[in-house]
Write a protein that binds this ligand. Structure first.
Ligand code: AMP
Ligand code: MG
Length: 328
C-alpha cells in the first residue's frame, strides 16, 4: 500500500483534501494529520477493525489506550457515560486545546480504544486541519501519535513518513506543529482529578480551576498504575542521557572517541559535539524538542547528552518526555 501525501494550508485547509481524508476515515482507513501537539494517526474510533489497523501500523501494545478526538463538546459527551461539573469547566476553558480528559466510557466505545478499560480519553484539538477533518467525517477519531510505538513523536510530515510510510492511506501535510509535545492527560474518573501525563496545559493552569490535583509519577520503577504509562517512550534510537553539567560530560565522552550530540538551552560553545541549542523558555523548548531529537538521531551518534532543563511547573512536560526518552 502506498501513502498519498497531500499538502494543506495549516490555517485554511483545502476542502477537497479534507473531504478525501474524511472519506478514507469513513471507510475504515488510516489518515495521518497535524494537530497543535504532534501529528496523529487517525481511524474511526467506533470501528474496532479500523482501530486495529492503528495498533498494527504502530506496533503499539494492546494495553496502551488511544485518545479519541472529537469536533465538539457535545460529541465528547456522547462517548462518556458521566460528565462531571469539572469536565464541563475544563472543556469550556481549554477546548479546543491540548488537554485530554479521561472519563467513564459509553458502551459504544470499542474495548480496543480503551485497552479493555472502563474509561475513554477525549479531546478537541486546536488545529484548523484536525478540526476540519473531524467535522467533515462526522466521526470520533481515535488517534495516537503517527510514529512507531515508543519512538519519537512526529512534529512534521517528514517525521511521519520516516516512521510509518506504508501503513497510512493518506497524510495531510500541514507543516510543522506549533506545540510540539503531546497533550496533558487528566483522569476525571477517579475520586480526585489525577494527572496521568503532563503536557502543554500546565498543572498550575489546571489547579487554578480545580484546586489541588493528584499526580501519577513516571520517574520511578513502580508498577504501572494506569494503562499507557510506559516508562520508556518518546525515545530516539540513540542512547540519551540528561545531566546537570552537560559541557563537562560532552567533553569527557568526546575524549573517549564517542560521537556525541549535545542538546542544550544555554549557548555554551562547541565542545566537539553535534550541537543543537533550543530556546530557554519552556514553550519554545517544547516546540523544538522532538525536531531536535529527530535531527540528532539522523546523524548516527553514539550518545545524545541533554542539559537538565530548569525545574518548575511549566517545564514539567519537557522533563517527563526527556526522562522517558532516557530510559533503557
Ligand atoms: P499517545 O499514544 O501519545 O496518543 O498517548 C495516549 C496516552 O493517553 C496514553 O499513553 C495514556 O496515558 C493516555 N490514555 C489514553 N486513553 C486512556 C484511558 N482510557 N485511560 C487512561 N489513560 C489513557
Ligand atoms: Mg505516542
Amino acid at each position: 500500500m502506498s501513502c498519498y501525501v497531500v499538502r494543506v494550508d495549516a490555517q485554511t485547509p483545502n476542502s477537497d483534501a479534507i473531504l478525501r481524508a474524511a472519506r478514507i476515515l469513513q471507510s475504515g482507513g488510516l489518515v495521518a494529520f497535524p494537530t497543535e501537539t504532534v501529528y496523529g494517526l487517525g481511524a474511526n474510533a467506533l470501528d474496532p477493525e479500523a482501530v486495529g489497523r492503528i495498533f498494527t501500523a504502530k506496533g503499539r501494545p494492546a494495553q496502551n489506550p488511544i485518545i479519541v478526538h472529537v469536533a465538539t463538546t457535545d460529541d465528547a459527551k456522547k462517548l462518556a457515560s458521566a460528565w462531571p461539573d469539572q469536565a464541563e469547566l475544563l472543556a469550556n476553558h481549554f477546548w479546543p486545546g491540548p488537554l485530554t480528559l479521561v472519563l467513564p466510557k459509553q458502551a459504544c466505545v470499542p474495548d480496543l480504544v480503551t485497552a479493555g478499560g472502563p474509561t475513554v480519553a477525549l479531546r478537541i484539538p486546536a488545529h484548523p486541519v484536525a478540526l476540519a477533518l473531524l467535522r467533515a467525517c462526522g466521526l470520533p477519531v481515535a488517534a495516537p501519535s503517527a510514529n512507531r510505538s515508543t519512538e519519537l513523536s512526529p512534529t512534521c510530515a517528514e517525521h511521519v513518513l520516516n516512521s510509518l510510510t506504508d501503513q497510512i492511506d493518506l497524510l495531510l501535510d500541514g507543516g510543522q506543529t506549533t506545540g510540539g509535545l503531546e497533550s496533558t492527560v487528566l483522569d476525571l474518573a477517579a475520586d480526585r482529578p489525577r494527572l496521568l501525563r503532563p503536557g502543554l496545559v500546565t498543572v498550575a493552569a489546571l489547579e487554578a480551576l480545580l484546586g489541588p490535583i493528584d499526580h501519577v509519577r513516571h520517574e520511578n520503577a513502580e508498577p504501572l498504575r494506569s494503562p499507557g504509562q510506559m516508562r520508556r517512550h518518546y525515545a530516539p534510537q540513540t542512547p540519551l542521557e540528561i545531566t546537570m553539567h552537560s559541557r563537562e560530560r560532552v567533553e569527557e565522552l568526546c575524549t573517549q572517541g564517542l560521537r556525541v550530540g549535545w542538546l542544550n538551552h544555554l549557548d555554551e560553545g562547541e565542545a566537539g559535539a553535534v550541537r543543537v541549542v533550543l530556546p530557554a523558555d519552556a514553550i519554545g523548548y517544547s516546540a523544538g524538542l522532538y525536531a531536535a531529537l529527530h535531527q540528532l538521531d539522523a546523524v548516527e551518534l553514539d550518545r545524545i547528552v541533554v542539559e537538565m532543563p530548569p525545574g518548575g511547573d511549566d517545564w514539567m512536560a519537557v522533563r517527563d518526555r526527556l526522562q522517558r526518552a532516557a530510559q533503557e
